[in-house]
Each structure stands twice: as structure tokens, then as C-alpha cells.
Design a protein around this ligand. Structure first.
Ligand code: UDP
Ligand code: MG
Length: 322
């Protein structure tokens, strides 16, 4: 439920060495929010910048009480930056955007209106017309997005768009760790927030500086997607995965070994000696199968124990308390 008497908006801006953009960015946010009568606060998160970004933010803060900022001691990554600001944001709607001016602050009012009027949990930006390098960004990101859609069932074109709007309770309920900023809508969907939609947003080439993510983004993005898939399917019940695969492998190994033993006995009973069980490749296969099966079973068991001992950690989402 959105209460219109409180602070409308928290605008969260993670940044790493974006000194050229900050003043213009702030000016445009200020202009568009005051012309639409939106009350807002800004949370800059300086993710270990080594340029003048922080002192520019300090200067903005002097004249503008709605500016808040967090400065990390070193570069922890965009996910951590979002995490820190999500915990502190007070607005009824939270908007995240990149600091590099690739996203347009002028989109803010409409994103806000969609969350409030459409009662959406998340309105995610979609850079339909994208101004990045085709080979290093646009194509790979198409692949990623379609994989993420398949894995998560969340129907978005552009999971990783920096410009997104959230209902406050969404950002308070999810835990953005690792490099999971790419998949926040999936985290939210896993936490039970299913009213997710997208809005086409304008995008432009980076006017200043360079991209802060290199090619390692693909490897990390892929691994995080695998983690997400696994955690969302089996995270609450690891035994169902490891136990099932482990038991299956053990049974195959066991019967293979049994067959070997029986054929040896039959051979001996017929008076045929000299063939060693270890000459048969199935001996090694069955041995490995039984070993791996046992190990997987133990992994599942340990997983269950870990979950049990972490029970006090919140893993449910409350809709309303009256
Ligand atoms: N960023 C950050 N920490 C990092 C890397 C990036 O806070 O470790 C910020 C960056 O300053 C920008 C936003 O995250 O505001 C998106 O980064 P970038 O524009 O480099 O990503 P791209 O648009 O190339 O995907
Ligand atoms: Mg960018």
C-alpha cells in the first residue's frame, strides 16, 4: 500500500569514478522531480572511486539536504552498493539508476507513476534501442536475457537495465549479494513479488568515461545464473537434489558390483579360474559410482543441516501486518 503523504521517492545511484557526470545528473533529477512535485531523496553510493566523485558529492550535499551518500572503503561492486542503499532508503518507491548518464532521469516520473498506479512490485527499464557495442554488449546480453527468462520464468527483455523502480518492501526483502544486481527481478520473484513489468526507456552512448565492467561480466553472469537456477529450485531442500542423484548413482554402482560378484561365483562354480574381477572395467565404474553416490548423499545431508541451523535467518516475506 502506498502512502502519498510520505517521501515519494528514493533515487539510488551507484557509482565508480563518474566525476564528469554527477553534477549534470543531479541537476536533471532535481529539475524533473520538482517540476512533477515529487518529494525525493538521493542516495549516491561511491563504490571506491579514486577520482573526484566523492568531493563533488560532498559539495552537492552542502546545498541540498535531500542528497545522501555512502562511501565504500574500496570497490566492492555494484551489487554491494545497491545493497547498502536499499537498507537505508526511505521513499515509498525506490528508483535505481546508473551514474553515467546512459539512463535518462526524465523517465523517473513515469516509472514512479507505474509503480503507484499500476500497483507493480517492480517496473524494470528496457533499453529497446541500445547504444552500446554490438559485439561485446548487445549480442551477449540478448543471450543472457533469454537464458534468464527461461531459468526464472520472469518475462523481461532486459534484466540488467540500471534503471528500475521498486516498491519499498521489495528492496527491503531481497538480499543482493555477489554480482546479483543483474538478476534483481529474479531475486524478487523468488521472494514472492510477482507483479513485475517493464517499460521501454531511452538510452544513449556513454558521454564520459568508460564502462566499469570488463569481459569477466559474462563468466560471472553465467555462474550467477546457474546459482540462481539451483537456489530457486533446490535451495530450500538440497537433499531432494543431492539425495536423489546420489541414491541413483549408488544403486547403479551397487548392482554393477553385484553382477560382477555373481558372474565370478558362476565362473568359479563352473571351474573357470584365472579371470580377476579387477580385469573388468565395470569394476572401476561400479566402485566410482558407489563412492560418488555416497559423497553426493552426504553433501545433501550437510546442506539440510546448514539450512536447519540457519532457520533464524529470515526466508519468508510478509505482505501485511495489522
Ligand atoms: N559501478 C559501480 N561499481 C562497480 C562498477 C560499476 O558502482 O564496480 C557503477 C557505474 O559507475 C555506473 C553503473 O554502476 O554508475 C553501471 O556501470 P557501467 O555504466 O560501467 O556499466 P554498463 O553500462 O557498461 O553496463
Ligand atoms: Mg553504463
Amino acid at each position: 500500500m502506498i502512502n502519498l503523504n510520505t517521501l515519494n521517492l528514493s533515487i539510488i545511484i551507484p557509482l565508480l569514478n563518474e566525476e564528469e557526470s554527477l553534477e549534470e545528473l543531479f541537476g536533471r533529477i532535481e529539475r524533473v522531480c520538482s517540476s512533477e512535485n515529487l518529494s525525493y531523496e538521493i542516495w549516491f553510493v561511491d563504490d571506491g572511486s579514486t577520482d573526484l566523485s566523492w568531493s563533488i558529492i560532498e559539495n552537492l550535499k552542502i546545498e541540498n539536504p535531500q542528497v545522501h551518500a555512502i562511501r565504500f572503503s574500496r570497490n566492492y561492486g555494484k551489487s554491494q552498493a545497491l545493497h547498502a542503499a536499499f537498507a537505508r532508503a526511505n521513499g515509498e518507491v525506490i528508483i535505481t539508476m546508473d551514474a553515467d548518464l546512459q539512463d535518462f532521469p526524465e523517465e523517473i516520473p513515469e516509472l514512479y507513476a507505474m509503480v503507484v498506479n499500476g500497483d507493480y512490485d517492480i517496473v524494470s527499464g528496457w533499453k529497446k534501442k541500445r547504444f552500446d557495442n554490438v559485439m561485446t554488449k548487445n549480442l551477449p546480453s540478448k543471450l543472457f536475457n533469454s537464458a534468464a527468462r527461461k531459468v526464472s520464468g520472469v518475462d523481461l527483455h532486459d534484466f540488467n537495465c540500471g534503471l528500475k523502480a521498486y516498491k519499498k518492501q521489495v528492496v527491503k526483502s531481497i538480499d543482493v549479494y555477489g554480482d546479483m544486481h543483474r538478476y534483481i527481478p529474479v531475486l524478487a520473484a523468488n521472494a514472492g513479488f510477482r507483479r513485475i513489468t517493464e517499460k521501454e526507456v531511452k538510452h544513449q552512448a556513454r558521454p564520459y568515461g568508460t564502462s566499469k565492467f570488463g569481459t569477466e561480466r559474462f563468466i560471472r553472469g553465467f555462474l550467477d545464473l546457474v546459482t540462481l537456477w539451483f537456489v530457486s529450485r533446490f535451495g530450500g531442500r538440497p537433499m531432494h537434489f543431492f539425495g536423489a542423484v546420489g541414491t541413483l548413482m549408488f544403486i547403479i554402482g551397487f548392482f554393477a558390483a553385484l553382477g560382477l560378484g555373481i558372474s565370478k561365483l558362476i565362473a568359479v562354480s563352473k571351474g573357470v579360474y584365472g579371470h580377476l574381477i579387477t580385469d573388468n572395467p565395470w569394476f572401476f565404474i561400479s566402485l566410482t559410482m558407489m563412492l560418488m553416490g555416497t559423497l553426493l548423499f552426504i553433501a545433501g545431508f550437510l546442506g539440510e543441516m546448514i539450512i536447519r541451523s540457519n532457520r533464524e535467518h529470515k526466508n519468508y516475506t510478509i505482505d501485511e501486518i495489522i
